[in-house]
Design a protein around this ligand. Sequence first.
Ligand SMILES: NC(=O)N[C@@H](CC(=O)O)C(=O)O
Ligand SMILES: [Zn+2]
Ligand SMILES: [Zn+2]
Length: 342
Amino acid sequence: MQKLTITRPDDWHLHLRDGAALKAVLPHTVRQFARAIIMPNLKPPVRTVADAAAYRDRILAAIPDGQRFEPLMTLYLTDNTSPEEIIQAKESQFVKAVKYYPAGATTNSDLGVTDIRQCDRVFEAMQQVDLPLLLHGEVTDQDVDMFDREKAFIERHLIPLKQRFPNLRVVLEHVTTSDAVQYVLSANNIAATITPQHLLFNRNILFQGGIRPHFYCLPILKREEHRLALLQAATSGNPKFFLGTDSAPHPRNGKESSCGCAGCYSALHAMELYAEAFESVDALDQLEAFASFFGPDFYQLPRNTEQITLTRTTWRVPDEVPFTESGLVPLRAGQEMMWQMA
Ligand SMILES: NC(=O)N[C@@H](CC(=O)O)C(=O)O
Ligand SMILES: [Zn+2]
Ligand SMILES: [Zn+2]
């Protein structure tokens, strides 16, 4: 195949940041995606409908002239989120989900939830108004090995949560293990997003010839057997698995540091990265449903009607793109790509 034309996709997990960073990265997403679920982990986080409305306006103002893009907003769940805020969120129409971060699990999660069982009144309201819950599904317990934190989250928190709220619609974000795939397949009212890096790389890439901070994200890359399980899930045609890049820009000096930030920048070339992953298992015919159908179906939104085209062309990922005071290193910087968006 030399050319692939599909319905314009959406990104169901995206970090756009704010200010100059937002202006630098948004055009990359807008070039490919019609809509995106916008993560609320700003500093300070997007905690209320009023915060989300203001952030949405800043995003809309940063869209390049003549282009169209719809930011789908989320609220950042804290110990203090009220059921009333959930009802207002649903009524707002532009808040599409609530995001749970365990306190301290990942970038800007300090104000996240300290004990998920304390949020039951909020989950009750979410189940009632049918507002999806998005999970950063990792425990933070220091006694749990870094590579087992997703599995432990499912066992300790997600299974009990689904028992308490069977009708609450949940997205287990950026799944990284075969355990997560198995669990999502086995339960009702749950879906999962999958990133390009977790489809393309296993944890070896983190240490290939030296330590490689630009492949460091959370949840961390896992063993090859897990990558293969994710690739199988993404290309299976099962609507429970859909596209969410988790593109998470950090300045170069924040990544190349003695204590580097977690997050891979993939918005520059997300669809090209996914195309490569799907082609590696001869499943390009499944890309459209994963990227453009299953996400809107889960969120009960119309599918896009425009199309995009990817062509088989070799090009080199830039070493860096302009960002803030320090540049931004995209995933796979300096390497050759096989697909290009027309
Ligand atoms: N994925 C990451 O490694 N980082 C994300 C946060 C997140 O999605 O956990 C970020 O905001 O930088
Ligand atoms: Zn996360
Ligand atoms: Zn994320």
